[in-house]
Design a protein around this ligand. Structure first.
Ligand code: SF4
Length: 371
């Protein structure tokens, strides 16, 4: 008799069409990707490329840049060609920049049907230009800039209004034979947002870009995004994600990656399994966990490190991890792959864990076990 199998994912992915955003596939069986957006002036090519390089290093897979002026449009070609990851131009208000972005070789263009006034008339030309270059379009509907017709019809940005706006716009492109489309329907309220994406998922096979818009400062935005993305991804809905935080974009990427890792949609990298501490703790768990996390920050191998305050759950968790410490009586029992390898005084726990983690990481790298 075998052990019952442990579910490794929450749901099968919704079946969506696959599109190609530069080198990154979105939808179909492609892994859910993480994206972010630069905060620099796009016309400042050096600063923008520098931020894109930082985003790339943090694990960002697709980057979006704003394009509100002609100077920004003029910078797109250089940025698109020098960026290590696909660049999406984000266009509001002015259709002429859509053509500029396509000409500049951007990997995709985001348009907002709610605020491009002459947009419907331009769809035929945009579809033609985008088809010729194989440039996908993201139809990005946003609660804050909903099409005036739909705002009038629904009274406010309801899930139905967001979905109708997106599908109407998509249908205009489809009329011209263009279906290389992904869609987002963002709202700042996770409940409205989740309902909108559920409806959209049921009514189409477009790949979906998830986002809670204007989610807020880092802590609140992280919670809102994690809850909303978690609800949808656990139902198999969502093909690419962008966490929006009032914080540096690298933070958005870290949160996005953690969400995917928590849902087993991406292989977990460094994972610290630490207890919350309680009246039984015999070491300062918070300090220990922080110091271990800081000492191992940036490690790219999938390593699970347990930091436990006492002998109740300590040895059990420490044994299950690649590496761990179970503390007691001012000492730490250091476990590697389930075996106690040594017992060290409390003052040596952190350095011993880091030393052992580096050895394991080195071995994993040799064995080709990368995240
Ligand atoms: Fe408390 Fe020990 Fe559990 Fe940590 S491992 S929460 S110290 S009982």
């Amino acid at each position: 008799l075998g052990m019952p199998s442990v579910p490794t994912k929450l749901a099968d992915r919704r079946v969506s069409r696959k599109i190609q955003v530069g080198s990154v596939a979105v939808g179909g069986d492609a892994p859910v990707s993480v994206q972010s957006m630069t905060t620099t002036r796009t016309s400042d090519i050096g600063a923008t490329l520098q931020q894109i390089a930082e985003l790339t290093a943090s694990g960002c897979q697709i980057v979006r840049v704003a394009c509100p002026t002609q100077d920004d449009a003029d910078a797109l070609a250089t940025i698109a060609s020098k960026s290590q990851i696909p660049v999406i131009a984000d266009i509001h208000f002015q259709p002429k920049y859509v053509f500029a972005a396509i000409d500049a070789g951007c990997a995709a263009v985001r348009v907002n049907p709610g605020n491009i006034k002459q947009f419907d008339d331009k769809v035929k030309e945009i579809a033609k230009a985008a088809s010729a270059t194989g440039t996908p379009i993201r139809i990005g509907v946003n609660a804050g800039s909903l099409d005036a017709r739909l705002l009038k019809k629904y009274g406010k940005a309801t899930p139905e209004a967001l979905v109708e706006s997106a599908l109407w716009e998509a249908s205009l492109f489809e009329e011209h034979g263009f279906g290389d489309i992904k869609i987002s329907v963002k709202h700042n309220d996770p409940v409205v947002m989740v309902n909108a994406y559920r409806q959209l998922a049921a009514q189409s096979d477009y790949p979906l870009h998830l986002g809670v818009t204007e989610a807020g400062p880092a802590f609140q935005g992280t919670i809102k995004s994690a809850v909303a993305f978690g609800a949808l991804l656990s139902e198999g809905i969502g093909d690419t994600i962008r966490v929006s935080l009032s914080a540096p974009p690298v933070e958005e990427v870290k949160v996005g990656l953690q969400i995917l890792e928590a849902l087993n949609l991406k292989q977990r990298r460094l994972e610290i399994v630490s207890c919350p501490s309680c009246g039984r703790a015999q070491v300062d768990v918070y300090k220990l966990a922080d110091q271990v996390a800081a000492g191992l920050d940036g490690l790219e191998v999938p390593l699970r490190v347990a930091v436990m305050g006492c002998v109740v759950n300590g040895p059990g968790e420490a044994r299950e991890a690649d590496l761990g410490v179970a503390s007691g009586n001012g000492k730490g029992q250091i476990f590697v792959k389930g075996e106690v390898i040594k017992t060290v005084p409390e003052s040596k726990i952190v350095e011993t864990l880091i030393e052992e983690a580096m050895k394991i990481a080195e071995q994993m790298e040799k064995d080709g076990v990368m995240s």
